[in-house]
Ligand binder design. Structure first.
Ligand SMILES: *[C@@H]1O[C@H](CO)[C@@H](O)[C@H](O)[C@H]1NC(C)=O
Ligand SMILES: *[C@@H]1O[C@H](CO)[C@@H](O)[C@H](O)[C@H]1NC(C)=O
Ligand SMILES: *[C@@H]1O[C@H](CO)[C@@H](O)[C@H](O)[C@H]1NC(C)=O
Ligand SMILES: *[C@@H]1O[C@H](CO)[C@@H](O)[C@H](O)[C@H]1NC(C)=O
Length: 200
């Protein structure tokens, strides 16, 4: 093997290393330096739970909460306890809190999903949404999170969703997991605006 051949071998090796590096590292770099995603939360109320909405006792709400880190290359830290509030709407202008729950601060690895299955006891039973035959439950979540990345700031997320349950049959109107979206608690129903200017 001459000097020329070994040069060629080194050159090809370099070339292979370069492409391997590009192919392997690029997705990681892109994931790290593109803007990271916020976590995604979804909830399944009363999963596998037989319950009777019209029974006169208080209500036990079984729930299955999913907290997903959508970043395939960045870990997430939840520095504060995550607050979950269960409520219902007696009418379209009011929300009544039934129970609260907290998930302790935790660290979540790349692309991981945390499942929280538990239940809360409510004080009293909810009533139907005025003018309908369904109970409109609302689940709200308030959390803070930080990406495991240099210079990452603390973000606050407030999301929620409505879960309708047929009062007569105690059947959910939508089965399975429901994604929690903004607006969250901040959008807590305010009294309807007064119609003082109607007719002008
Ligand atoms: C719920 O309980 C009430 C009173 O105990 C009963 O009349 C009703 O049939 C029950 N409904 C269901 C769906 O089990
Ligand atoms: C909504 O329901 C609450 C509680 O039952 C009641 O105090 C309030 O007056 C109701 N509001 C309207 C606009 O019906
Ligand atoms: C709900 O009712 C059950 C039994 O009926 C009772 O053990 C429990 O303490 C009650 N919970 C609340 C919050 O009142
Ligand atoms: C609730 O169930 C009853 C009885 O099956 C049905 O007549 C009614 O339309 C249902 N309501 C809703 C909002 O799904």
């Amino acid at each position: 093997m001459g000097c020329r051949d070994s040069d060629t071998v080194i050159a090809s090796l370099c070339c292979i290393c370069f492409w391997l590096g590009l192919v392997v590292l690029m997705p990681v770099m892109v994931a790290l330096y593109s803007s990271p995603s916020s976590p995604y939360f979804s909830v399944d109320l009363f999963d596998n739970q037989a319950f009777n909405m019209t029974s006169p006792k208080n209500l036990t709400i079984h729930f299955h909460l999913r907290l997903k880190n959508r970043n395939s290359a960045i870990g997430l830290h939840y520095p504060d306890p995550i607050k979950i509030t269960f409520s219902y709407f007696p009418n379209v202008s009011m929300m009544v809190t039934l129970a609260e729950y907290t998930v302790d601060s935790f660290y979540q690895g790349n692309g991981k999903t945390k499942n929280v299955r538990d239940f809360v006891e409510t004080n009293g039973v909810p009533t139907v949404l005025e003018g309908t035959d369904m109970v409109a439950f609302r689940v709200d979540l308030v959390a803070t999170y930080k990406h495991k990345k240099v210079g990452s700031k603390r973000h606050k997320v407030e999301v929620g969703c409505v879960v309708g349950v047929n009062y007569t049959t105690s059947q959910k109107l939508q089965t399975g997991f429901i994604g929690m979206a903004e607006p969250g608690l901040d959008s807590k129903l305010k009294p309807p605006p007064r119609d003082d200017y109607a007719g002008y």
